[in-house]
Ligand binder design. Sequence first.
Ligand code: GLY
Ligand code: MN
Length: 467
Amino acid sequence: MFSKETYLKRRNALRAKFNDGLIVFLGNSDVPMNYPDNTYHFRQDSNFLYFFGVDLQGFAGIIDVESGKDIIFANDIDIEDVIWMGPQPSVKDLAALAAVEHSFPFSELGKLIKDAQSKGRKIHFTPPYRAENKILLEQLTGIHTSKLKESSSVELIKAIVSLRSIKEPQEIAHLEEIMDIAYEMHTNGMQMAHEGVYEREIAGLMEGIALSHGGMVSFPVILSKRGETLHNHYHGNLLKNGDLVIMDAGFESPLHYATDHTRTVPVGGKFSQKQKDIYQIVLDANNMATTLIKPGVTYRSIHDSATRIIAKGLIDLGLMKGNVEDAVNAGAHALFMPHGLGHMMGLDVHDMEDIGQIYVGYDDEIRPATQFGTAYLRMGRRLQPGFVITNEPGIYFIPALIDKWQNEKINNQFINFDKVREFIGFGGIRLEDDILVTETGSRNLGAKRIPITIQDVEAEVQKNTGI
Ligand code: GLY
Ligand code: MN
């Protein structure tokens, strides 16, 4: 946990944005995998972590706007729990670590909410995303599970986004620190990209490194030579020289902050000329985006600049045709990059996505696009110092999408389908870094950038000669 003052300051900052009401945060509980006592790895709710810090099952917190009180609700463990789990601090002591003076048994939470409702007070909560908390919230508020999302508090969502979007100096320092582990995960993964290795061996190694540092992966590892599938979690392929492997993986620290990087490496350590040509376009888009990231600029405009670099590169290679501006305006680049440039990152790898991407990435000024491809952009709004965002352009050759566009003559005037067909089986390339928006510009998080130039990636893979 951070200092107790951190959590008090955050709660007071949140409270100051409200005139009235009870703000309710439900922590997470254990979720069974295949029978009740065999549970998934516990992951606390990020908002609960941010405002109350306690990383344990069965907690809830209330911020009372009018009285200025903060209360934690949880049950002290009994002797049977001690036998299985060992001794645990009392709820009161845990609450004190977050400077919360008041704590009550969990059963009191419902009574407090009902009492507030009977007095006509507002109950502010975020949209629950787990079945257990949906059921609990229905029991606590009387609002049917199907109506919880629409009954959640937009005022609260906006207030949380305004606080969590700007990372505190201690959060930035922590993110900087954990980038070393992302570096270790990725460089070790790169060194294993040799003929005769199964993808699962590399994915397992990378995940194991995350676990060995006391954390876990920030999302299920995406690692495949079939990298044209954007989120490919199948790791059963055997690598052969000539394959390209996408490795998209992040560390989640013991404090639950995320890293998120993608590298694409040639099996055996030598890119073919065809691979180099595509790789360099993606790298140029990534590097250009980083130079454009600064306060006051919309992330949407940076996404658009990256897609122009991709379209220009593909026109130069003869895969696309026509004028760059017209092709991008028509959305023709989305055949190759059908996703957005990046997203906010912090306590969640897609930060605050549980409370609504529309509030995290967009505002009254910048609205989400509807065009295929750009509609997947999770972040469009103007950047501010303290934002942490990813920068992850890519180029993919997706057979089903190529077939569809060719059959339906979609953007026919901008695509050389005969040439594109020569790339079926190529896979995909994505290059992702984690970027801090500073007062004057931006910088890559971490002391060392994970190898990314063609030369450095080849050298990294060649550090090991395979099995
Ligand atoms: N790196 C996974 C994602 O951003 O969706
Ligand atoms: Mn990402």
